[in-house]
Design a protein around this ligand. Structure first.
Ligand SMILES: *Cc1c(COP(=O)(O)O)cnc(C)c1O
Length: 412
């Protein structure tokens, strides 16, 4: 969130300001705003309001006050000693799992709710897959006393019932969606449909996806992560950049937040994990960058898992937070221009990494975050003993215990 003017040295880089976005909301050929005419004015006003708060000191003060006292930021940057020994390098974990509500999603939900309040909106809508973004949004709405409706595929309502109960306890209305495959993409379609007939409501999107300005705006609200990493590295190692940054990518928000202030710094190598599922050629995968092709979904142009008729192929991953059929446009672009390296991580590799972190460091990560942790094994040969690796643990594993216990053999 720091003023870009402070980064003069980077201002000539194509990825300097805003991570390479152009005036129309494109990252290279990806992004844009493909929306029905009826939403045009709504999205224009949203963009104007967002651009206005970006440099506004009173907004930042209010937002940072909440991040500090309500979310519990800054989240620790923790030197993982035993994990570092295992991989023979220096690994620091950015602990988004310690945030209120258990993941990074609250950073964005609070930023957008403050924007909604400034725009005088009183009705909030959101989509959710696993329910994590729904819980974060319902939390922000309870905090601000705003009305909240969350669209969620009926299958996900059944699979993630604890989160449905949390949202309801927080006062939100959960709308089960039965169209299509009754999962996240259908919930998003339904939220967009509702938004078309109720353009006065404020739509809080949970990741760096959707029509411009959402990918940029969500990335901006998550950029507090890399802002803190810079300060914390400076304080802990006397240098404000790492050699490697790593994160998992579903839609791309925790990754964007992690990379934001380092994108134009060529000293920093960036590696992302996407969900391989049972393997990228198995037909049961969510590895959009590995196997996707160009298309338009949910108001933006990106890489998509689709068949030859352009129909969306239902993604699969053990991790509900990573099984989106598209990917944030910025990440499609960074991968294409070689700024990021992307590894698909299969279910079994993520599980192994989750158990490894738990055993070595006493931290049970979210299964999404475990995909990022599995990058350590993939890249083991490339680390030098003195390299600084910063890896974001996007969330905690409480919600994944049902999954973990299936693979867990306790001591007798
Ligand atoms: C939602 C979620 C993700 C994936 O979303 P991004 O927008 O790609 O960050 C990753 N980790 C956790 C813990 C999540 O809840």
């Amino acid at each position: 969130m720091e003023n870009n003017k402070e980064n003069n040295s980077n201002s000539n880089s194509p990825l300097g300001e805003g991570g390479g976005i152009d005036a129309n909301g494109y990252y290279g050929e990806f992004g844009g705003a493909y929306i029905p005419e009826i939403l045009h004015g709504t999205v224009e006003r949203l963009n104007a309001a967002y651009q206005a708060i970006k440099g506004d000191a009173s907004f930042k003060a209010e937002y940072y006050d909440l991040l500090k006292h309500y979310v519990g930021r800054p989240s620790p940057l923790y030197f993982a000693k035993r994990l570092s020994e295992k991989y023979n390098t220096k690994i620091y974990l950015k602990r988004e799992d310690l945030n209120h509500t258990g993941a990074h999603k609250i950073n964005n939900a609070l930023g957008q709710i403050l924007l909604a309040k400034r725009m005088g909106k009183s009705r909030i809508i959101a989509e959710t897959g696993a329910g994590q973004h729904g819980v974060a949004t319902a939390t922000a709405c309870a905090l601000m006393g705003l009305e909240c409706t969350v669209f969620m595929g009926k299958i996900d309502v059944e699979r993630q019932f604890l989160n449905v109960q949390k949202m309801r306890m927080l006062g939100a209305k959960v709308e089960p969606v039965t169209s299509g495959s009754s999962t996240l993409k259908d919930a998003t379609n339904e939220a967009i449909r509702y938004w078309c007939s109720n353009p006065d409501s404020f739509y809080i999107i949970g990741s760096t996806v959707g029509p411009h300005p959402y990918p940029d705006m969500v990335g901006y609200f998550q950029s507090v992560i890399s802002e803190e990493i810079k300060d914390q590295l400076q304080e802990q190692i006397g240098r404000d950049y790492p050699d490697y940054l790593m994160a998992c990518v579903g839609g791309g928000s925790n990754a964007m937040g992690t990379y934001y202030h380092f994108l134009s710094d060529e000293r920093v190598k960036i590696i992302s994990a996407e969900a391989g599922g049972l393997g990228i050629n198995s037909g049961e995968t969510a590895a959009t960058i590995s196997i996707g092709s160009k298309g338009i979904i949910h108001g933006f142009r990106t890489l998509l898992m689709q068949d030859t008729d352009g129909q969306i192929i239902e993604p699969y991953s053990i991790s509900a937070g990573l099984d989106y059929p598209g990917i944030g446009p910025a990440h499609a672009f960074y991968s294409k221009i070689g700024r990021t390296k992307v590894h698909p991580i299969n279910d079994d590799e993520a599980l192994e990494a989750a158990f490894e972190l738990t055993k070595l460091e006493g931290i049970i990560p979210a299964i999404e975050s475990a995909h990022a942790l599995a990058l350590l094994k993939k890249e083991k040969g490339t680390f030098k003993p003195d390299d600084i690796v910063v890896l974001t643990v996007s969330g905690r594993g409480d919600k994944d215990m049902d999954t973990y216990v299936k693979f867990f053999t306790p001591h007798p």
